[in-house]
Design a protein around this ligand. Structure first.
Ligand SMILES: Nc1ncnc2c1ncn2[C@@H]1O[C@H](COP(=O)(O)OP(=O)(O)OP(=O)(O)O)[C@@H](O)[C@H]1O
Ligand SMILES: [Mg+2]
Length: 291
């Protein structure tokens, strides 16, 4: 372990629990949606903050090319992004920016788009650097861009768990289904898909939305999806975004903050990841991004 890695580990707050966690694989959680603007980036960042309180040391990867949602929500401006790594201008450790709330993140920048077209030797180079991330964290939360495209599909295939965010809006539900259909039907995703209902007015509404999606997926795709929980519609979140403070830091008692915390607890309690343990994720990364 070099000095920079050690310094980063100190910064990202590796404690006794996390030292133990390093023995395990890095858990990869990808957050996606069919429709844009449904709450993916807020989910990724606030879940990350909740995970820290729950004793984890997650890193957020902003895989939304061009929009830089994660850094805006965190009120940060990182110096480097994945395109610098691709061009060989920095090391993976330079990409890990620790935000003022102690949550480390990696900016994808234009590098995310480029990852789709890289020659194999460069994918190999990036893979070996990405492998070093697991010495910093036991959990990588990947925030993707809206819609169904190659990059989103690839990051979903890479993950141990895929979270699809929908809202009660009919177009969000149909677009959510379209993404699930693409992932399962076209790309044969074998990972369990969990649905989060965001901006729900009540638990009942969230359940209703989930059941609509569950029914069509089960009926037409013959594959069940799981309920991952819901985040209520919350004015506090709306205000926090305007102030560029993640709601979990803005007001921990806010309805949405408590929901993110609750979802974090459920994710940590879910041991199913162990049973679907994937092959080494770095070789998986190479395979997925090489063609
Ligand atoms: N639970 C919520 N309650 C109220 N407003 C919310 C909630 N979640 C998200 N929002 C609002 O929706 C906006 C979009 O959220 P966010 O940026 O997280 O969506 P996104 O899915 O990442 O969007 P994009 O597809 O553009 O990346 C936020 O700026 C906020 O105003
Ligand atoms: Mg976003």
């Amino acid at each position: 372990m070099n000095d920079q890695a050690e310094a980063l580990r100190q910064m990202v707050g590796i404690n006794e629990v996390n030292k133990f966690a390093q023995q395990e694989d890095m858990r990869i959680i990808t957050v996606a949606s069919g429709k844009g603007g449904v709450g993916k980036s807020n989910f990724s960042v606030n879940l990350g903050l909740a995970m820290q309180v729950l004793g984890q040391n997650p890193i957020i990867l902003d895989a939304d090319f061009g929009l830089a949602n994660v850094e805006i929500i965190l009120g940060e401006r990182p110096k480097f992004n994945l395109s610098h790594l691709i061009k060989g201008q920095c090391h993976i450790y330079d990409l890990v920016t620790t935000s003022k709330y102690g949550l480390p993140f990696i900016s994808g920048g234009s590098g995310i788009k480029d990852m789709n077209f890289l020659p194999t030797y460069q994918i190999d180079k990036i893979s070996s650097q990405l492998a070093e991330l697991s010495s910093l964290t036991n959990m990588l939360i990947i925030d993707t861009g809206a819609g169904i495209n190659d990059i989103v599909v690839k990051f979903c295939k890479l993950a141990h768990e895929v979270y699809i965010i929908v809202t009660p809006e009919p177009t969000s539900i149909t677009d959510g289904y379209a993404l699930i259909k693409t992932l399962i039907g076209q790309f044969d995703l074998d990972t369990t898909i969990k649905v989060i209902v965001n901006k729900a007015m009540s638990q009942e509404e969230a359940h209703e939305v989930f059941h609509k999606l569950y029914y069509v997926t089960e009926h037409f795709l013959k594959r069940p999806i799981q309920y991952g929980g819901f985040v209520p519609y919350d004015e506090q979140l709306f205000k926090s975004v305007k102030e560029q403070v993640p709601v979990f830091e803005y007001n921990r008692q806010a309805k949405s903050s408590m929901a993110y915390y609750q979802i974090g607890r459920i994710i940590l309690g879910d041991k199913s990841k162990q049973t679907i343990k994937k092959e080494n994720w770095v070789s998986r990364f190479k395979k997925i991004f090489s063609h």
